[in-house]
Ligand binder design. Sequence first.
Ligand code: G4P
Length: 531
Amino acid sequence: MDAQAQIEDEVRRRRTFAIISHPDAGKTTLTEKLLLFGGAVREAGAVRARRAARHATSDWLELEKQRGISVSSSVMHFEHRGFRINILDTPGHQDFSEDTYRTLAAADSAVMLIDAAKGVESQTRKLFEVCRLRGIPIFTFVNKLDREGRDPLELMTEIEDVLGLDSVPVNWPVGGGKRFRGVYDRLRQRLLLFSGGEHGTVAVDQEIIEGPPGADEVREALGSFADEVVESLELIDGAGEAFDRGRVLAGEQTPVFFGSALTNFGVLPFLENFLELAPPPGPHESSEGPVDPVGNPFSAFVFKIQANMDPDHRDRVAFVRVCSGRFERDSHVLHVRTGKKIRLANSTLLMAKDRETVEFAYPGDVIGLFDPGIFQIGDTLTARDSFSFAGIPSFSPEHFMRVEVAEVMNRKSLEKGLEQLAQEGAVQLFTEPGSGTAAPILGAVGPLQFDVLQHRLASEYKVDLKLTPLPFTTARWFRSEFDPEIFRYSDATRVIEDRQGRPVLLLKSEFYLQRVLEKNPDLEFSETGGF
Ligand code: G4P
């Protein structure tokens, strides 16, 4: 096979996605089941044990250890029926941060995991908004069907009302709670009945009965559920929207699957439909138009930088998503922002368990590059002429702090440290124009970002910070001209500037945003600071 054909083949079989969910919806459990199908982990609990270690405590020593090992759990990959699947981890508990959003920039699709009893929750909504900005397809898995949950039709209506996304059930549940028996697969016109389903088992028994819902064999297998299921399916066929893969790929319609990750009911049918329906790596937007994954030399962009918290090992890892061509270890590529040629020697592929050196990688893959301090979020690497991928925007922080140094003498180190860490994307840095105070304002998506920052400034720059919380929860970038006087006497808002000098409005809550817009209908805002 020639090189081009090989790249084409590798691209076709790749599926790179992230799971978006609210804590406790079952992301770890689902990930573990998916990895079990691919044989990437042998025992159940491997993912869980790692997570337990990560979240055991936010004690400093633990945090250091955690930063050391969490690299390996950032990307998991496995093979299933000829597909190569990359799951990008989206940190979700205390370590929810801007990195969680940035990871979505490297995914080709997202799996939205919803707890059947809880519906669409806040963190899922935020992550969904980021997916919507990118227009990536979203596949919904409604989890915990083995427990009493909400009515499936009601959940689908909630997805439509809360997210404004059309939902089409691909699998429809048979029973629910203790009486959850299986799903009817509408696309393949077949009934799947499950049994077994011990936590951790792969070999759940799955009985398949082919045929439309009304067929005698299917009705017979449905038993006492027959009337209920056939009626619901008729209702959906008649009143619901038809499945349309084009709309799914455009991010306008979400296929919905029902199941239980814990008991392994419905995970395999979900995976197999997902692999068929989800897109392989596609073209990426750049300064020179879309870059096709095949037919172009190697190119990639940095979407996340992770620093090692251990002062003896001040290395950082830049997470790089391959967009076109083939990555080859030791090759020389152009680092576009600095114009320098660099050698990609220390590449580690980030595996479920261990770091392993990568010789080759293809579009859709994520590699970790040792970073001696040259990379920034959004940087482009390429083996061809200079061009840049569309940048990764800054997302609205939800926590804000004013910074002061304990010792005035340290101001220079502080400025240097903050600038460096902001460049790395560890925190967002703002200033307040005309406030007469030079003390900067820091913004973060998750509060742990401040802990990391304080720790790193102390160990790397020998600066002790004093952080004072500010009462704001929302930031919006101005997209229209405005008169700063409007905000002058309000405690609920404040105008500040980001590192690029772009004006940003801080608000106590989204409620005030509505008020500002009602009073000043000409104002326009953006939820993200673009590039
Ligand atoms: P997360 O990563 O999204 O935060 O969720 P995680 O998988 O850790 O699951 C959160 C809790 O929900 C766990 O229970 C897990 O066992 C449970 N869970 C996940 N999927 C299902 C499901 O399909 N059905 C039911 N009934 N429960 C599910 P826990 O009590 O917090 O932990 P553990 O004691 O089970 O480890």
